[in-house]
Design a protein around this ligand. Structure first.
Ligand SMILES: Nc1ncnc2c1ncn2[C@@H]1O[C@H](COP(=O)(O)OP(=O)(O)O)[C@@H](O)[C@H]1O
Ligand SMILES: [Mg+2]
Length: 236
């Protein structure tokens, strides 16, 4: 079943149109990558889904039209966003950041179990529970941002460049944990990533954006086999 569907989505900042026709679909429980150069419109695509930029075209989640909804309404439907730059609350402790992620939930016992699960998934966070988020390393902040989004128990996780600014080993650790989260939770994922090698460890299919348009869609294996993808995104 299709969980999220974008068809011919356009979006603008003021008079400047930056999405010209983005189409993609994420199956329930599936993981889809968005690849593309800087400025291609990857972040704006996630914003169009979240309702933080006005968009036209078709955007449906579980059959429901998302256009015109406020960001909090989109979140309440089960879409959690890990934005570019992570968006953790620097002055709050790690534990409080996790609690903020679960603020809409009433099942306190299940929330505690999910906090424990996140600390098992990201053991580095356990030792830092009472530290302020601002005091964490970049990798730890990224882990916290993913854990916080998971604590909302979304059906779909939007990840924006989770590897940005991280050392290669740390980026790999973060992606391995996200892969485990995907296998164990079945949460669907839409994964924006400039590092296609990492993205392909997580996603089943991907789309390529160029200047606000979807120009290619394929399975990870198909895309990895294409010369133009290898040259542009895989370092050879
Ligand atoms: N808040 C904004 N106001 C105006 N233009 C923006 C804004 N954010 C992004 N843009 C422009 O929109 C285009 C797409 O940006 P973005 O979606 O951030 O691309 P990507 O995430 O693929 O790097 C770029 O040309 C960028 O300069
Ligand atoms: Mg971006």
């Amino acid at each position: 079943m299709t969980l999220l569907e974008l068809a011919d989505v356009t979006a603008s900042y003021g008079p400047v149109r930056v999405l010209e026709g983005v189409s993609l679909s994420v199956p329930d429980g599936g993981a889809v990558g968005i690849l593309g150069a800087n400025g291609a419109g990857k972040t704006t695509t996630l914003r169009a889904i979240c309702g933080t930029v006005r968009a036209d075209g078709r955007i449906t989640f579980d059959g429901r039209d998302l256009r015109g909804l406020r960001p909090d309404q989109v979140a309440a439907l089960g879409i959690a966003h890990v934005p570019e730059g992570r968006g953790t609350l620097g002055r709050l402790s790690v534990l409080d950041n996790l609690r903020v992620g679960a603020y809409l939930r009433k099942d306190r016992k299940a929330v505690s179990a999910d906090v424990e699960y996140c600390l098992d998934l990201f053991p580095q966070l356990r030792a830092r529970l009472s530290s302020s988020a601002a005091a964490l390393s970049g990798g730890e902040q990224q882990m916290l941002a993913v854990a916080r989004a998971f604590l909302a128990r979304p059906r779909l996780l939007l990840l924006d460049e989770a590897s940005l600014g991280l050392a290669p080993g740390t980026a790999k650790t973060v992606y391995e944990a996200i892969g485990r989260l995907r296998r164990e939770s079945g949460i669907a994922m839409l994964v924006v990533e400039q590092n296609a090698n990492l993205a392909f460890t997580l996603v089943d299919t991907a789309v390529v954006l160029e200047t606000g348009r979807t120009v290619l869609t394929g399975t990870a294996a198909e895309l990895k086999g294409m010369d133009e993808i290898r040259r542009a995104y895989l370092g050879g």
